[in-house]
Design a binder for this molecule. Structure first.
Ligand code: ZN
Length: 216
């Protein structure tokens, strides 16, 4: 039985044509498009692929890419806050960029940096990692629990626009990408988990602020 990994809908889905041979399902309730679990890579396969990425502070293109998430977030942050880079990958970069500007930021990655040092954070960045989540609802619950009330979650992931465009979308060709969000998916997430959405002026970046009484 198909169950949406964000909203737990079991009834209303569309089968979607993707750019590769994988099977894609669109949840008609929260608009998440996701691949079947049989297309989830093993930890070793994921590790190998992530280790091949050319990421790090020495790559100006990558730094510029991450700055897309950092710049719109900075007005919400202050230097006495504790931050976390959730899904930092094998070469922590975002935390290094923040530290250079005087902000505190820990690293977490389920494969490469599995230990989380603090229980609660004032802000959490999740750049280019939501699309890798096998079970986004589970990860969102974890992130929500780690954020203090009024804390910020800054997500960077490319959102899908139309089903037609999805069928040839480069972003879905990466086998480590398994969950694809629509703007409306983030509206649903905000309502379900108790966030408000701030304008980032960039469709790839979503700034969510935890409300005092989230009802996840
Ligand atoms: Zn759903």
């Amino acid at each position: 039985m198909v169950v949406c990994p964000i909203c737990s809908n079991r009834k209303s889905f569309n089968v979607i044509e993707g750019p590769d041979k994988r099977a894609y399902t669109k949840c008609n309730n929260c608009q998440l498009i996701f691949t079947g679990t049989c297309f989830h890579l093993s930890v070793n396969e994921e590790k190998k692929r992530y280790s091949e990425h050319k990421n790090g502070i020495e790559y100006p293109g990558y730094v510029e890419f991450l700055n897309q998430a950092i710049e719109p977030a900075l007005p919400h942050l202050s230097r006495n806050m504790n931050g976390l880079d959730f899904g930092c990958g094998p070469t922590p970069t975002l935390s290094v960029l923040l530290k250079k500007q005087g902000y505190k930021c820990d690293d977490y990655d389920p494969i490469f940096f599995p230990e989380i040092t603090k229980k609660v954070y004032d802000f959490i960045f999740a750049t280019e990692c939501f699309e890798h989540f096998f079970f986004p609802g589970k990860e969102l619950r974890k992130i929500h629990d780690m954020l203090r009330p009024q804390g910020f979650l800054i997500v960077m992931t490319e959102t899908w626009r139309t089903e037609e465009a999805f069928s040839s979308w480069y972003y879905a060709r990466d086998l480590t990408h398994v969950s694809f969000y629509h703007n409306r998916t983030f509206k649903f997430i905000a309502e379900k988990f108790g966030f408000i959405i701030h304008n980032s002026h960039n469709p790839r970046v979503v700034i969510l602020q935890k409300q005092n009484s989230g009802n996840h």
